[in-house]
Design a protein around this ligand. Structure first.
Ligand code: HEC
Length: 136
């Protein structure tokens, strides 16, 4: 391959990578939020997403967490979003178990290997950083 061809291939690859959020660029909490969470919690976080009306439990207002708990309870929210630790007797949940979902996605990226928990953690951390900015 001559140099010009190699260079344009590289440029194309970089373009392709840039259009897949979360891969070459690292995960963005804002992107993940809009993609996975806004359908229920609303684009603005207030719990009024298009799917909210179909649920038995109304999706909580994610802009009022600081007001609700008196601080932004990051560790607690991390566990709620992850969801894999749910205790017996607390299994009623309408929200998807994101820890399982993100782990499956991590496995897919690694070509079917076991998904890694560090990636799951990074994604939930990104979401929490974004949700923290929504507090009123
Ligand atoms: C299918 C609708 C739905 C989707 C999608 C969804 N949630 Fe939820 N979420 C809920 C509901 C309903 C609750 C209340 C608890 C329950 O029933 O699971 C909740 C609870 C929460 C809570 C706890 C709030 C509190 O008051 O303590 C957080 C934080 C949260 N969701 C974040 C997220 C994030 C981050 C995403 C995207 C990765 C997401 N949710 C996607 C429906 C959803």
């Amino acid at each position: 391959m001559d140099k010009t061809v190699t260079r344009s291939c590289l440029a194309l690859l970089m373009l392709a990578a840039a259009s897949v959020p979360g891969r070459a660029q690292g995960f963005s909490g804002e992107h993940d939020y809009n993609f996975y969470c806004a359908s229920c919690h609303g684009e603005n976080g207030r719990g009024n997403g298009p799917k909210a009306g179909d649920l038995e439990i109304k999706p909580p207002d994610l802009t009022a967490l600081k007001a609700k708990y008196g601080e932004f309870p990051r560790e607690k929210l991390l566990r709620v979003i992850d969801g894999r630790e749910a205790l017996p007797g607390h299994i009623e949940r309408e929200m998807p178990v994101w820890g399982v979902w993100f782990k499956l996605e991590a496995a897919e990226e690694l070509g079917g290997a076991e998904g890694d928990d560090a990636t799951v953690r990074r994604r939930i951390d990104g979401l929490l950083d974004y949700i923290a900015t929504l507090q009123r």
